[in-house]
Design a protein around this ligand. Structure first.
Ligand code: AMP
Ligand code: ZN
Length: 116
C-alpha cells in the first residue's frame, strides 16, 4: 500500500517527478535530489515501508532484490569495479529524514570508515 502523504510513495506513483534509474514490479530507483557523491541513487520499495525496523521475514526477497538492483545499476553505470557504498539509515540517530525506507547507492568518490 502507498501513503498519499509520503514523498517517496508519490515519486513511486509518478505524482512527483524524479530522475528514474530503474523501475521494476516491486521497486523503483531514482537519483537523489541533493547528491552526496557523483553517483547517488535511492532504491526504494514501491510499497510504503517506513523504516528498516518495519521489515519482516516476508520482505526478505524484496530486500535482496533492492541490493541486487544496486549491484546491477553499479555495473550499468561502470562504477562496480572502482567500488561504491550501500547505505540504509534508520530513524533519528541513523540519520533518516524520509520515512519511506530506501537504500542509498553512492559512488564516484572515496568514502571513509567510520562514516562520521
Ligand atoms: P535519508 O536521510 O537516509 O532519509 O535520505 C533521504 C534522502 O532523500 C536524502 O539524501 C535526500 O536528499 C533525498 N531526497 C529528499 N527529497 C527528494 C526528492 N524529492 N527526490 C529525490 N531525492 C530526495
Ligand atoms: Zn511511502
Amino acid at each position: 500500500m502507498t501513503q498519499s502523504t509520503c514523498l517517496f510513495c508519490q515519486i513511486a506513483e509518478k505524482k512527483i517527478p524524479a530522475k528514474i534509474a530503474y523501475e521494476g514490479k516491486q521497486i523503483i530507483a531514482f537519483h537523489d535530489i541533493a547528491p552526496q557523491a557523483p553517483v547517488h541513487i535511492l532504491i526504494i520499495p514501491k510499497e510504503h515501508i517506513a523504516t528498516v525496523n518495519d521489515f519482516s521475514e516476508q520482505e526478505a526477497s524484496l530486500l535482496g532484490h533492492m541490493v541486487l538492483t544496486a549491484k546491477k545499476l553499479a555495473h550499468e553505470l561502470g562504477i562496480a569495479e572502482d567500488g561504491y557504498r550501500l547505505n540504509m539509515n534508520c530513524n533519528h540517530l541513523g540519520g533518516q529524514t524520509v520515512f519511506h525506507t530506501h537504500l542509498h547507492l553512492l559512488a564516484g568518490r572515496q568514502f571513509g570508515w567510520p562514516p562520521g
